[in-house]
Design a protein around this ligand. Sequence first.
Ligand SMILES: Nc1ncnc2c1ncn2[C@@H]1O[C@H](COP(=O)(O)OP(=O)(O)OP(=O)(O)O)[C@@H](O)[C@H]1O
Ligand SMILES: [Mg+2]
Length: 220
Amino acid sequence: MIIAIGGQKGGTGKTTTTVALADAWHKAGKSVLLIDADPQRSAMTWGDVRAEVGLDSPSIIAMGEAMHKRDQLPRLAHGFDVVLIDCPPRFGKILRSAMMVADLVVMPCGPSDVDAWALAETLDLVEEAQTLREDLRSAVLITRKVPRTTIGRTARELLAEGGHPVLKTELGYRVAYQKCMGYGQGPATFDQSGKAARETHKLIAELELLMNEEEATHVA
Ligand SMILES: Nc1ncnc2c1ncn2[C@@H]1O[C@H](COP(=O)(O)OP(=O)(O)OP(=O)(O)O)[C@@H](O)[C@H]1O
Ligand SMILES: [Mg+2]
């Protein structure tokens, strides 16, 4: 299962979500490969911090716009249960490359209508990739949601009207997501009984279900 976490807008929660998933899947005993495709290398730094605090880590490597080439990610991916690609904002070429090899692209998006509007450019890129690869799935993940603050229409409503799948799981705006990064952890390790950990586990279950359904369709 190869999941690209992407979006052209900066600061939507791509890296935070990617490392939360990597941490939780690793903790659950899956073999995880984390691809840091952002030249800022935040995911790599997270891995360095994780090593410094003495935690066992998923495999993490840096890759760029050539990751789809046969001798790169496709050669490595089959040794792992889960591959997560943390994509950078604005580098369309890197997101395109990730979508050439991914089974699923997850697009983190804030909770408001403005956030949904800002996703338009990314959705164009995803649709373009899907014309080349019919089996590329896509889903929007609502994240950084502050409870009881919805004003006007939500990103979920707007995106659903546009026909884009939106994951049922939503991630709240929680300090735990911010704090755990600095300890080389995700909520599943950092604050096991907290709300962020619960959401992360829910997200994992939903993504696994989505990918299993897809596999079943292919077999049928
Ligand atoms: N669920 C959340 N709750 C609270 N803060 C969050 C959450 N997700 C992300 N953040 C915070 O939002 C900021 C941006 O997050 P992050 O770096 O993950 O976004 P990004 O999409 O990877 O950014 P970039 O586009 O620069 O790569 C960070 O300060 C992060 O701690
Ligand atoms: Mg990032």
